[in-house]
Design a protein. Structure first.
Length: 173
């Protein structure tokens, strides 16, 4: 396995026989919980802000890996290879980053409930990433890594918007 393939498959998660994207997504979620626990244990102030920044950087890193490795992965596995799961990691990191930042700055106003709200957004992300509604599927048609990445980032954005809309609606009831 090349270095590109190792990173793009998240050290082999992409080679699982089924549900590679879901396993990769939940791996990032579990990792984020462990990072948050570590920040809590270290008594780091403004944990939501730090999580937002760390997972924003994670999103950028996974996005770069996806675009960087895509041509090699496409050449080996065909168009939109299921083994390439770094795009799911980028989308999940985007969801986690934005949800923590929203929770940090607007949590009370949006009735954000911490990990419950993040888990809801993660579930919406997986649904939108799998079903690709709202024109998300059209983004896959872009060439190479751009198409592979942008559909996941669009699914993440839709998941965040849906979760925020539900939080706002819950304050009106």
């Amino acid at each position: 396995m090349t270095r590109k393939e190792s990173l793009a498959t998240m050290m082999g998660i992409g080679h699982l026989p089924y549900a590679q994207g879901t396993v990769a997504s939940f791996t990032v979620l579990i990792e984020s919980y462990l990072v948050y626990t570590l920040l809590s244990w270290l008594s780091i102030p403004s944990q939501g802000l730090w999580m937002g920044v760390l997972y924003g950087i994670s999103c950028l890193t996974w996005s770069w890996i996806t675009v960087w490795a895509a041509d090699e992965m496409i050449e080996t596995y065909g168009p939109d290879p299921s083994a390439l799961v770094s795009d799911e990691a980028a989308g999940m990191s985007f969801v986690i980053s934005v949800m923590f930042l929203l929770g940090e700055f607007y949590g009370d106003a949006l009735q954000m409930k911490g990990w419950i709200t993040i888990a809801l957004a993660v579930c919406f992300f997986r649904v939108y990433d799998i079903t690709k509604p709202l024109g998300i599927r059209r983004l896959e048609r872009l060439s190479g890594g751009n198409g592979i990445l942008l559909d996941d980032l669009a699914a993440a954005f839709a998941a965040i918007a849906t979760t925020v809309a539900l939080m706002i609606a819950s304050t009106m009831i």
